[in-house]
Unconditional design. Structure first.
Length: 94
């Protein structure tokens, strides 16, 4: 028997099944080794920050990317879901 946190509630399983499009901003410029660590993303350097772009990312993939950013000691500036991604239902959350 699981706890309430372990059981998917209404809409939870649905949200995980659909990927979204995300933009992640990191402070500073990164080199080739960093780009290799994030091969599944598009990496663009726009001084003074680096922008990572990922499409079709589910929640688990997004958290994995954020864990790698933290493990590399990089400073996270912003994470945002882009409108119009495959996971965008057009509804706004409160």
């Amino acid at each position: 028997m699981g706890t309430a946190e372990e059981r998917p509630g209404p809409g939870r399983a649905e949200a995980r099944a659909v990927g979204g499009e995300f933009e992640i901003r990191i402070k500073g410029r990164v080199g080739q080794a960093f780009r290799t660590a994030f091969a599944e993303l598009t990496v663009t350097v726009n001084p003074p920050e680096t922008v990572l772009h990922g499409a079709g990312l589910d929640q688990a993939a997004l958290y994995g990317i954020l864990d790698r950013i933290m493990a590399l000691g990089l400073e996270l500036v912003e994470v945002r879901r882009l409108p119009g991604g495959t996971g965008d239902t057009g509804t706004k959350r409160p």
